[in-house]
Design a protein around this ligand. Sequence first.
Ligand code: ZN
Length: 434
Amino acid sequence: MNRRISTPLFLFLIAGLAFVLFRAPGVAAAQNAASTGYTAIETRAVVDVERGTLLPGATILVRGNRIEAVGTDVDVPPSARRIDLSDKYVLPGLMDAHTHITLTPGYAEHNPILYKSVPYRTVEAVAAVRETLMAGFTTIRDLDSEGADWADVAVRDAVNDGIVPGPRMQVATLAISITGGYMNNDGLAPQIDVPQFGALADSPAEIVRTLRRQVKYGADWIKLYATGTTKHIDLDNMAPLPQFTDEEIQLVVDEAARFGKPVAAHAYGGHAAHVAVEAGVRSIEHGMMLSSETLDLMAERGTFWVPTINVYFPLDANAELTERQVAITESHRRVFGEALRRGVRIAYGTDAGALPHGDNAIDFRRMVDYGMTPAQALRSATLTAAELLGLDAELGTIDVGKLADIIAVDENPLSDIDALWNVGFVMKDGVVQQ
Ligand SMILES: [Zn+2]
């Protein structure tokens, strides 16, 4: 058999290979064209989120998409593009570790499963991630598509391919729940069969099957609804509904671990939350009724807590709280103070989607009201969130060698946390976003 390939055929194959290899990143490369060289960012001050201090008059030198130098005596090459932020406080890109890009506020009254197609919800999500990015949140963890199938995977990949602007994303696809628990379409007659918000799994076999399917189609995280909804909470003893057996919770963590995927557990408190921490979930979401014992276990094991405070208040800030909302939010405040004292790693997350996209700064004020210093609140949305996402080697601070995710605000966020509502400059991966 003749193994030689003719020269024209060889050239044709090389051209074809080059087309396949470089076609997809071409879009991103075009967007990055302006930042392949040096960029020097002059600042009023760089916020050191690790130490909670300012570095006044610092210059950040970015080369391509990485930070090459930070300080007051940086050698700026003459060819560098200059960005003047000398009247602004500059800090690392923020992170929201709990979003739902396929959800919009009002979903309870206008059920998207019944009234919106998944393609329409995907288009909404494209708009949502742009809002999120321009609010200064350059990284998010999207914790379930709320019945929009794999839309979160599609948007994540489209952002990565440079097709649409958005934060870098880690996604959970469909979340695992039970029949009659969270993520059900309630209130319909039993003979009406409609798709559900979550992946309902009522046995170990069903859990394993849906989890594998989620991993197969692009999940970075597995989201488990370890407890039910707020309406399931028994107000007499503030006990949430445990949704799975102890063995099933352990099964989720073990099966996810086989694929190298971490688990985020929606867990308000009680036995199910404690078992989830023991089983090895990486984060507890919400946790308004976490016990002292569970908080201690979380501190000991390094389990992250993503509190999502504002989502338990009415959307309308002037609305009066119901008895249930008062009980839940007061418990949340108490647990937040305890978690702080006990050294639990608190990562910033809002539940955006239930709240308007782009309002991702909404939890900072209440975290400070509940006992954090502005520096601690800022750290939760940068370095601690980066640790939760396994990205702290690349992101979370403005340090030499890290990716250039850089934002700017007018006022000093270490003295006025509300400054984070007005982000006036966003750079992601070395590219200025507009
Ligand atoms: Zn959520």
